[in-house]
Design a protein around this ligand. Structure first.
Ligand SMILES: Nc1ncnc2c1ncn2[C@@H]1O[C@H](COP(=O)(O)OP(=O)(O)OP(=O)(O)O)[C@@H](O)[C@H]1O
Ligand SMILES: O=P(O)(O)OC[C@H]1O[C@H](OP(=O)(O)OP(=O)(O)O)[C@H](O)[C@@H]1O
Ligand SMILES: [Mg+2]
Length: 320
């Protein structure tokens, strides 16, 4: 494998957001031949190959090293990979695909509102019915780990590939473990989440493989791509503030202390140029006015390229 292979979701809810994420970083995914082609390219990066896979396949291929990087959900990383953080490295959270893996049980079970309550019910159920409570799920490994942590042993997993929320009403299980975001599917099926029943908060991540072969070419391509991704990420979270001040050095120092502002071009300039966390801009502008600035210009940035790359450097450390 001399090329860098990046896997991206070819269907499902992560697909569109993934394309938008790459586009934001100025990266264009090309898929010659359209939807039926499972290989694509990244415009301007001849050493990169794109693999189109489902989100769960992406987690598996990252684990076994057949792709270098991919976009998938943390739920799938933790469910599909044993010892996930020995085999993968989370490059960055992508801010979409937010969903919780939860345990849900019938709303009619009014006495059960915590995992401790459920533990009691599970033992009673077994004593009374001579069989164990059934949990329908496709998250078999996450469920086992969570039930063990909650001290519940009296249950049995019924594997469910789809429409899991329907299992209790269909009589196939007493409860479920599944992913939820708005909660409307659970509600429609008369299911509720115990107070401490959230097993995992998931979102889509850019994930790198620690088992793939990282030759120099693959590393160089990863660096070039992550330079663009990091530059966009920093730019999105940062505003550039420009102001002329009687004592720019003192203002820069105060802005650094109060808001963590940096001075990318030094602290002597007229105007002084600050990089400020986006959320602190109004407060920082007020401070600069109080220090004598008559105008405070705030500029939105497209990219901020820096020598150090907060996304690439930690990955490089692990794979070389
Ligand atoms: N309702 C939801 N809201 C937000 N994210 C969700 C929701 N359902 C699933 N996801 C997330 O989307 C990711 C992929 O799920 P999706 O169902 O699109 O693909 P998949 O399960 O891999 O498909 P398949 O099982 O057919 O291979 C998962 O990481 C999951 O956490
Ligand atoms: O909390 P909610 O907003 O109601 O979302 C939850 C539902 O979304 C997912 O299904 P999806 O729509 O991806 O269909 P699928 O079962 O075919 O994957 C998940 O499996 C739940 O069924
Ligand atoms: Mg789905």
């Amino acid at each position: 494998m001399t090329k860098l292979t990046i896997a991206i979701p070819s269907k499902g809810r992560l697909q569109d957001n993934t394309h938008a994420f790459f586009a934001r970083a100025g990266l264009t995914i090309e898929r010659p031949g359209g939807d039926r082609n499972y290989r694509g390219t990244l415009k301007g990066f001849p050493d990169v190959e794109i693999a189109f896979l489902s989100a769960s396949e992406i987690a598996r291929e990252i684990a076994d090293g057949s792709v270098h990087m991919g976009v998938t959900g943390i739920d799938l990383v933790e469910e599909n990979i044993s010892a996930p953080y020995e085999k993968t490295h989370l490059v960055t959270a992508l801010g979409f695909g937010h969903a919780d893996v939860v345990i849900a049980l019938p709303t009619a079970w009014i006495d059960v509102s915590t995992m401790a309550d459920l533990s009691d019910v599970a033992s009673d159920f077994r004593a009374r019915h001579g069989r164990r409570l059934r949990v329908a799920t496709k998250y078999v490994n996450l469920t086992r780990a969570f039930f063990a942590k909650s001290g519940i042993a009296d249950y049995r997993i019924v594997e469910s590939a789809g429409a899991t929320e329907g299992a209790p009403a269909a009589g196939a299980a007493e409860m479920i473990v599944d992913i939820t975001s708005t909660g409307s599917t659970l509600k429609a099926n008369n299911l509720k989440i115990p107070d401490d029943g959230v097993m995992l908060r998931s979102q889509a991540h850019l994930v790198a493989s620690l088992t793939a072969t990282w030759c120099d070419g693959a590393l160089a391509a990863a660096r070039a791509i992550l330079d663009q991704v990091a530059a966009e990420e920093i730019a999105r979270k940062t505003k550039e503030i420009r102001a002329v001040l009687p004592d720019p050095k003192a203002a820069a120092k105060q802005a650094a202390m109060e808001f963590g502002c940096t001075t990318p071009f030094g602290d002597e300039g007229a105007p002084l140029v600050l990089h400020c966390p986006a959320r602190d801009v109004p407060a920082c502008a007020a401070m600069l006015k109080a220090l004598g600035a008559t105008h405070v210009n705030v500029v939105t940035l497209d990219y901020v390229f820096e020598t150090e790359n907060p996304l690439y450097d930690p990955l490089h450390e692990k794979v070389s």
